[in-house]
Ligand binder design. Structure first.
Ligand SMILES: Nc1ncnc2c1ncn2[C@@H]1O[C@H](COP(=O)(O)OP(=O)(O)O)[C@@H](O)[C@H]1O
Ligand SMILES: [Mg+2]
Length: 263
């Protein structure tokens, strides 16, 4: 096991593709495998924090303070099914607050450095944009995992994501790339979904994980209870999908001698 946490950003500038759902459920599945997992909420909508039962309106310190004021990450940690660094709506102001500061793209990387030895995996949940918060995640990350909805139009957005990643590589973090693509909300009964995944595999090959996360209402129900699907319905299909994803992520990213497959 590596000495320092492997940092993985969940990113896709499209909203509603299961970034947050994947951060929570992959994180909890890894936790259940014995890994020490921290999930950092970088979305002003705070869905990750809320879905672990954190009352975000009552928080005094959040990721905004960490990024803008240099408050230690340990001060915004909440121990739930996994450790969560919480966000609130004020994070919407972070991009503007950071924009004039030197090293604005490295605020998150700096915040993570002192606690990196305390975890095996750090997952970064990003907002639906390619702005400064997502750039901070790309700079701090060893790799990017992209959840994509199995629809043709969703796949087209990947080119934009790749272009941003290329700029990050050229200027800020030479080693970061897409390490995994996870097809979500997959309905294998439709030709369209099957074709979309085929196209994804033609373009990205082995970077696409083997598991397909299907559609089920469990994913909407669990956060209302402040829990992952693994706790809400441990025997269900939804939990099984994310346990399989966790096994794939462990095999590819968390083994000491990592085989490099990236796009
Ligand atoms: N596999 C799935 N099947 C059905 N609904 C899902 C699935 N994954 C996520 N959802 C639901 O879709 C919505 C968007 O998911 P979310 O994880 O918040 O996306 P994002 O973080 O990319 O905006 C949420 O209501 C979530 O409960
Ligand atoms: Mg989200």
């Amino acid at each position: 096991m590596p000495q320092q946490a492997v940092v993985l950003a969940l990113a896709n500038q499209k909203g509603g593709v299961a970034k947050t759902t994947t951060t929570v459920n992959l994180g909890v599945a890894l936790r259940q495998q014995g890994y020490r997992v921290l999930a950092i909420d970088l979305d002003p909508q705070s869905n990750l924090s809320m879905s672990q039962g954190i009352d975000v309106e009552r928080l005094e310190t959040t990721m905004f303070d960490v990024l803008v004021h240099g408050t230690p990450l340990t001060e915004v940690l909440h121990v739930r099914e996994l450790d969560v660094a919480a966000a609130g709506i004020e994070l919407a102001g972070a991009e503007l607050a950071l924009s004039a500061s030197i090293g604005r793209e490295r605020a998150l990387q700096r915040a993570i450095a002192p606690i990196r030895h305390a975890y095996d995996v750090i997952l970064l949940d990003t907002p639906p944009s390619l702005g400064l918060l997502t750039i901070n995640a790309m700079v701090a990350a060893d790799g990017v995992i992209v959840p994509v909805q199995c629809e043709y139009l969703s796949l087209r957005g990947l080119a934009q994501l790749q272009a941003t990643l290329e700029q990050v590589r050229d200027n800020l973090n030479p080693d970061v790339g897409i390490v995994g693509i996870i097809p979500t909300m997959y309905d294998g009964r439709t030709v369209h979904a099957r074709e979309a995944v085929e196209l994804l595999e033609q373009s990205f090959g082995d970077v696409v994980y083997d598991v397909r996360i299907g559609k089920t209402i469990r994913f909407a129900e669990a956060p209302v209870r402040g829990s992952s699907v693994l706790a809400y319905d441990p025997g269900g299909q939804a939990a099984r999908w994310y346990r399989q994803l966790a096994r794939e992520v462990i095999a590819r990213e968390l083994r000491p001698e990592r085989e490099e497959v990236r796009a």
